[in-house]
Write a protein that binds this ligand. Structure first.
Ligand code: 13P
Length: 336
């Protein structure tokens, strides 16, 4: 796989006015989401729900690709079309979550490291054959009393860089996701500092592991006050802090940055992205790779009648995609 092909895929992922829908919840996480709305977490319900999302009419107007979970990339529509083919036929790039989740970091209470490097080369080879053209690995950085430690940040950055190098070797664009978690009573300045140190460590590790930035996408968290801090930051404050933090840490050669929603409300996630793009021009396209902020409204609607509410739920997915697509251009307004 040439760097040109990786770069082409990366640029297509952040094409103007388009972003990613994250539907890569593990079976444990989707069970939590289904439990929340009273849906039984069976394999068929998971399949039907992912079909609803991926088959949303005209989704590719605003969606360049979707991140799938291992089970999902092996599933098909009710009519027998593999999801990866359905996506490719509709002009969307299949992606795959390849990390194996977070585990306690030995010797560092309250901190976690993401696992999944063992056997990764062979798994990536298979995912490429199944149609995936990009992959995602999520690291989790918690903020609390005396955490994060430098050890935790560096261990996660090292794993992200090892994963990214393997992805590129196998022809997949790595989406590197170091998520600084919103939970906690920290202020916005603390989130800024932690995000800055995390990104510095990540890009140093990517460099050390010979990762080609031209074929890499960053999935970033926004700079926000902790959810239990009692602090309120304006949309402009969040946008300005996030942009400044990214500009001081992320090389301009990166083809694009997409954001996670991380538990923000649907509207806040959209408004923050829109504000950052209005503050441009920026060194890279800024778009979205939202999970909850793309799906919550649709899941709620679908759960009320899973046989009948498919079209209605798809209409809300399309609306969320449209709002975020406009925000990726800095052209969203509340009424839009
Ligand atoms: P959220 O947008 O719900 O945070 O999910 C995005 C994601 O893929 C987290 O890894």
């Amino acid at each position: 796989m040439s760097i040109e092909q990786l770069a082409e895929t990366a640029l297509a992922m952040v094409a103007p006015g388009k972003g990613i829908i994250a539907i890569d919840e593990s079976n444990a996480t989707i069970k939590k989401r289904f439990d929340g709305v009273g849906i039984e977490c069976t394999e068929e319900n998971r399949r039907a729900y992912r079909e609803l999302l991926l088959a949303t009419p005209k989704l590719s107007d605003y969606i360049s690709g979707a991140i799938l979970f291992d089970e999902t990339i092996r599933q098909s529509t009710r009519d027998g079309v593999p999801f990866a083919k359905l996506m490719a036929d509709n002009g969307m790039i299949p992606g795959i979550k390849v990390d194996k989740g977070t585990h306690a970091l030995a010797g560092f209470p309250g901190e976690v490291v993401t696992e999944g490097l063992d056997g990764l080369r062979a798994r990536l080879e298979e995912y490429y054959k199944l149609g995936a053209r990009f992959a995602k690995w999520r690291a989790v950085i918690n903020i609390g009393d005396d955490i994060p430690s430098g050890t935790c940040i560096d261990a996660n950055a090292h794993a992200l860089a090892r994963y990214a190098a393997l992805c590129q070797e196998q022809g997949l664009v790595p989406m590197v996701e170091p998520e600084v978690i919103m939970d906690g009573n920290h202020d916005i300045d603390t989130c800024y500092e932690v995000t800055e140190v995390t990104l510095r460590s990540l890009f140093a590790s990517l460099y050390e592991q010979n990762v080609m930035l031209e074929g890499t996408i960053l999935k970033a968290s926004m700079v926000l006050p902790g959810t239990t801090s009692g602090d309120d930051a304006s949309v402009e404050e969040v946008a300005a802090a996030t942009l400044q933090c990214l500009k001081s840490t992320v090389p301009a050669t990166l083809p694009g940055i997409v954001f996670l929603s991380g538990g923000q409300s649907d509207e806040a996630a959209t408004a923050h992205l829109d504000a950052m793009n209005r503050m441009g021009p920026n060194p890279w396209p800024l778009s979205f790779s939202y999970g909850r902020a793309m799906q919550s409204a649709a899941l709620k609607l679908w759960s009320q009648d899973i046989a009948r509410n498919v079209a209605e739920a798809q209409a809300t997915v399309y609306e969320r995609a449209r709002a975020n697509g406009l925000a990726a251009l800095g052209e969203w307004s509340k009424a839009a």
